[in-house]
Write a protein that binds this ligand. Structure first.
Ligand code: HEM
Length: 498
């Protein structure tokens, strides 16, 4: 497999497509429009009057522009716009968006109430308008007792012993792709699409059990269906009519259901002792302490969600880290020194745990560009949030990426400074919910350690082979905040063989 992103005509075409693909954030003049919108005063409304006699205040907000609401401000730079709202309007306000009207709950105090969810006032139903039809009954979309039941069984697929076996497989794929498929000595190399392909290759092997290079047609078809399903959640026209993205997403989801159902039947036929080590096979045989197991349908739903949850998040994390290391030769050398001490032998969890500088760089990278920008919830009863009245059935969205830029918590938050996570500074401990790239509470990311090990493996293999270089001094990609943050130009990085 050779990476096509680098051949000159395709590269230019790809770049042009990226630059000119119409989106809210790449129209000429959007920056000026966004600045103006921030200063515009829209008509204020009250979400709901608090019950008489309560000390609660109402949540107030506005609808922004007709049809578009505040989408332009959000898409240009979500955390920066939210920081502006936090400073000018406080931590709790209402956005009358036509797509998803919701309470905007910003900052670490709001995050604490929502994540810890003491009275079980917040349900995961908030995710449904965004991704429900495509990722229905995935772990993140389940609630309360039912969620706990499923999480306990799934936990069995993420024990240290299981992770150790996944690491071996991740390493096999990552080592081969990084060594053979990535173009070197060319500052036009587009890192982001190459990484996306790599993390899909890894998922095909580790999650679905396809040996790299085998079952090519099937793997390609499944991966394409998966990409369409994931993108469908961002559709602007949200109706199941051909040829719209939403309809294509539903069609792709059906293909994934058929594929995974067949794989589950196949895997169930094997006895537990002879089961393979991929995640799907593990889920087929996982049981909680009481012997509860997943049904076939559960596994299909969980696999489709897990593929999505693992993919763009790891790609985003790895690409931000590589960009930061390319821009910071000192940290790059420091990480490489640790990698050199490990050498090129097979990797295991203990070895990866020794890559401490890489871990600091990872934390700092997902602080600065947080892959999952939102925690979407819906209230199941009337409740209060930081003294504001919120009625039952209200969408409430917390935004961890904004807390990661607060000067009250982080010294010079805009500066890349991984040492802020070390003793005695420990800036991430200044507020319990100040640093939550993996969420918090009952729904905290179950794949956190897997994701960290995967990304570290990729980075270790890269650092052993190449010096990472920016295409030119001062290069900074612009991020598309329409969904998970994506570098709009594909992120150019030069790989210089060592
Ligand atoms: C490095 C990358 C990752 C980041 C930044 C990340 C982030 C998150 C966040 C913020 C949540 C919480 C969402 C909420 O509160 O509603 C979450 C949940 C989840 N993540 Fe991850 N994730 C990553 C990698 C992974 C991987 C690799 C997997 C699977 C192997 C995974 C599987 C899940 C699942 C299943 C949930 C739902 C957990 C539950 O509801 O109990 N994630 N992730």
């Amino acid at each position: 497999m050779t990476n096509a992103t680098i051949s000159t005509p395709e590269f230019l075409l790809g770049q042009a497509r990226r630059r000119f693909k119409p989106a809210l954030n790449n129209f000429p003049g959007m920056y000026a429009a966004e600045r103006r919108l921030r200063g515009t005063h829209f008509h204020e409304r009250v979400l709901a009057e608090p019950p008489p006699g309560s000390d609660l205040r109402p949540v107030t907000g506005d609808g922004g522009l007709p049809v578009l609401g505040h989408m332009i401000e959000m898409f240009m730079d979500t955390p920066d716009y939210l920081l502006h709202l936090y400073r000018t309007r406080g931590p709790v306000l209402y956005a009358y968006s036509p797509v998803l009207p919701s309470v905007v709950a910003i900052g670490p105090d709001a995050a604490q109430e929502i994540y810890s969810n003491r009275n079980k006032d917040y349900s995961q139903e908030g995710w449904k308008p965004a991704i429900g039809p495509f990722f229905k009954r995935g772990l993140m979309l389940l609630d309360f007792d039912e969620h706990l039941y499923h999480r306990r069984i799934m936990q069995e697929a993420f024990t240290r012993a299981r992770l150790a076996r996944y690491v071996t497989q991740v390493d096999r794929v990552a080592s081969a792709v990084v060594a053979d498929d990535w173009v070197v000595d060319d500052s036009r190399f587009l890192l982001y699409p190459a990484l996306k392909e790599l993390t899909l290759d890894i998922a095909s092997a580790v999650f679905m059990g396809h040996e790299p290079g085998t079952d090519k047609e099937l793997v390609t078809e499944v991966n394409e269906a998966f990409a369409i399903t994931t993108r469908a959640g961002n559709a602007i026209i949200r109706v199941p009519l051909p040829p719209f993205t939403w309809w294509r997403g539903l069609r792709a989801r059906r293909l994934l259901e058929e594929y995974f159902a067949a794989r589950v039947t196949e895997s169930r036929r094997r006895s537990e002792g002879s089961a393979a080590d991929d995640l799907l096979s593990v889920l087929c045989h996982s049981a909680d302490e009481d012997g509860n197991r997943f049904s076939d349908r559960d596994i299909v739903n969980h696999m489709i969600f897990l593929m999505m949850a693992a993919h763009d998040t790891s790609t985003s994390t790895a690409s931000t880290m590589i960009f930061n290391l390319a821009g910071s030769p000192e940290w790059q050398e420091r990480c490489r020194d640790e990698s050199d001490r490990l050498g090129d032998g097979p990797l295991d969890i203990e070895a990866l745990e020794k890559l401490e500088s890489l871990e600091l760089v990872m934390n700092e990278s997902i602080r600065m560009v947080t892959p999952v920008q939102w925690a979407m919830r819906r209230t199941v009863r009337d409740t209060s949030l930081l003294g504001h009245y919120i009625p039952e059935g209200t969408n409430v969205i917390a935004y961890p990426g904004m807390s990661h830029r607060l000067a009250e918590i982080w010294t010079d938050p805009e500066v890349f400074d991984p040492a802020r996570f070390t003793e005695p500074r420990n800036e991430h401990k200044r507020h319990r919910y100040g640093f939550t790239p993996f969420g918090g509470g009952a729904h905290k990311c179950i794949g956190m350690t897997f994701g960290q090990l995967e990304v570290k493996t990729i980075l270790h293999r890269l650092l052993r082979r190449y010096r990472l270089e920016l295409p030119y001094p001062g290069y900074r990609p612009r991020w598309d905040y329409g969904g998970m943050p994506i570098p709009m130009d594909g992120m150019r990085i030069a790989l210089r063989p060592l």
